[in-house]
Design a protein around this ligand. Sequence first.
Ligand SMILES: *Cc1c(COP(=O)(O)O)cnc(C)c1O
Length: 355
Amino acid sequence: MKKYNFNAGPSILPREVIEATAAACLDFEGSGLSLMEISHRAKNFQPVMDEAVALFKELLEIPEGYSVLFLGGGASLEFCMVPYNFLEKKAAYLNTGVWATKAQKEAKLFGEVVEVASSKDKNFTYIPKNFDIPTDADYLHITSNNTIYGTELRKDLDSPIPVIADMSSDIFSRPIDVSKYGMIYGGAQKNLSMAGVTFVIVKEDLLGKVSRPIPTMLDYRTHVKKGSMFNTPPVVPIYCALQNLKWIKSQGGTQAMAERAQQRAEIIYSEIDRNKLFVGTAEEDSRSLMNLTFVLKEEYQELQDEFLAFATGKGMVGIKGHRDVGGFRASCYNAMTIEGCQALVDCMKEFEAQH
Ligand SMILES: *Cc1c(COP(=O)(O)O)cnc(C)c1O
């Protein structure tokens, strides 16, 4: 049976990306060695790093003055590296969920944190609007897509202070105006690569402004200076990211990814809204195009396990909602096909007809 991978992360990747990475793990570019057993300083690996950085810059139209880094530690380590490197006195945080809260918690270790707005009052079902950004804060931290709650900002904020964004789960799903950000980061395992690498896009002239000493590995300047090769980088996930960047380019780039995301979301959200059994959890103007969350209506709650088993039996993988939201979550990253979305919708229709 064909499987449709709706996992929230690690998640779906294009088949050709997986195949190219698997092939390099067996024989890296005809060298007779595996990608897993070569030095990151080998002559044939440097071009992989260089090309990945170049494609990042090309696909996101990153302006001059920004560096692209590939690091370890996941988005979670960035939660502490961000304040370590940028928080001198005070930082502003927008609280849109668990990840945003975790980022904020780390910042409190380094200085004053102002929460500019929070959607905690309604279990993070919306993105707060019209909040004030304190002009005396060092930066504003946002989470552009809230993987757990299915909410997404999906636009680039205008801010009087540098914006630092966790884009773990929506990077490369739309064109972004990088010049509006001081830094963008994320774990690769949602929409870029397999698990094991973290991407960082950082504006160089914001670095080196805090007075505290920073441990070498946690100082972005180390990695800018050494081209992400200060220590051994995760070569396989970087290679996999490169294959995916090539795939994105071959499909028409971020604009094409945005159009597909829109199409996928339309197919699934319109069924959620039409189907008598289900209801979406996020407020309509905050709905994510990446993680589509929905629950059974009050009167059909007892069908929870039954629908999950039904959908799983039809090849749907990973649609169980996060425990903080319940219900279901269909994660539709770049590699998710229209056919996959249609298969899920057919499932929902068929289940409705039975009840
Ligand atoms: C998954 C996720 C994280 C955590 O990423 P790790 O790489 O596991 O640390 C952080 N932020 C968001 C928005 C996520 O979706």
